[in-house]
Ligand binder design. Structure first.
Ligand code: ZN
Length: 126
């Protein structure tokens, strides 16, 4: 399922969308000094990750969608496991999960956005 050449491979492993070998980010999403910092170029295939100025502003739409997905997921989990708990607890659970997952969602939004525009090229590294 998660084979090389799919966009999901690039997104989950946070690899270059074009060659899927070089890393996309400068550091781990949860290290605050490098949080969400995209490398200028791929270390393997040398593609420029920022296609145009302010390229990653479009990733705000992706992070919004990820936030909605998280909201729905937390709401469904609350309905399944704690059906009698009130809406205040749901809001608290959503707030805490947003707080914990926001660095990951920020990084995911950027690599998902890049995968919209950069296609995988098989055999680009020889
Ligand atoms: Zn690459």
């Amino acid at each position: 399922m998660l084979s090389k050449g799919t966009k999901l491979y690039s997104i989950i492993r946070m690899k270059c969308p074009r060659c899927q070998e070089g890393s996309f980010f400068n550091g781990h999403p949860y290290i605050l000094s490098t949080m969400g910092k995209v490398k200028d170029r791929c270390s393997k295939c040398n593609i420029k990750f920022s296609i145009e100025p302010s390229f990653y502003q479009g990733s705000y739409y992706v992070v919004y969608a990820l936030g909605v997905i998280l909201f729905v997921a937390v709401s469904v989990l609350k309905l399944i496991f704690y059906p009698k708990v009130g809406p205040g607890m749901l809001l608290t659970a959503i707030f805490i999960s947003l707080l914990v997952l926001s660095p990951l969602m920020y990084a995911l939004s950027k690599i998902i956005w890049a995968n919209f525009f950069i296609k995988y090229e098989k055999g680009i590294l020889k």
